[in-house]
Design a protein around this ligand. Sequence first.
Ligand code: GUN
Length: 288
Amino acid sequence: MAKIINGKKIAQEIIQELVVEVQGFRDIHNTIPGLAVVLVGEDPSSEVYVRNKIKRASEVGIHSTKHMLPIASSQVELIETIQSLNNNPAVHGILVQLPLPKHIDEKAVIEAIHPDKDVDGFHPINVGALVAGTATLKPCTPYGCMLLLKSIHPDLSGKLAVVVGRSNIVGKPMASMLLQADCSVITVHSRSHNVEQLCSQADIIVAAVGRPNMINSGWIKRGATVIDVGINVVNIDGKRKLVGDVDFNDIELWADAITPVPGGVGPMTIACLMKNTLTAARNQVSNK
Ligand code: GUN
């Protein structure tokens, strides 16, 4: 039976450490770390994510503000909001919840965020730093996945990691971080050939495709560690249920360790956002 990697518990431990670290920062610098969360429109899952981020911020002693823009807002209006947050010294981190409405160019919005305040790590300067191995603000979901992997394998050196999916938010930064940790890394995606065969050689699989239960025991080497980033809503017997990209029940006997959905990667993303907000605040006070 595979070990279940308890992301909820590990995230809670990070949150508890942050409570102490944030208090220390507040005492030394007489400054409260500030996080601004920007949401355009009323997408129900984005609203849930934003609410959870704000709740966690208040738990760790980070001051957060919510900036809700109507769905019809123009790109110029959104960028003006970002610029005023860039110029606000009480705001150390800015997060624009994605996806954005279709009429807004995501790239232009990400580039409008000051790189020092980019707690998502999506600005090209931070992406470049990640690839170069010098990043301080790392994309929260892959950062959380790395912490989960390190809880099982403190030394990842030499392991063969296969990342399934190549999004800018998860797949690409995940591959960079695994490489930085001395893994051999393969990224597979919708155009890849022999995906199952590549996965079945992996010591570590990170699944981030958004397809319910796509990966089953036929894809997994015995003893592999499997991190499931997928959060898919499916209807089972008339009930809404969250499932990952990995068929958990099918691989449970094969894998060495796996993350559940929910309670695996999800809570780690928010914990890492809080870590990044404190890092951003530290970087900004030391640059003053
Ligand atoms: N939407 C889904 N994941 C993310 C994330 O990590 N950051 C932001 N800003 N939006 C998201």
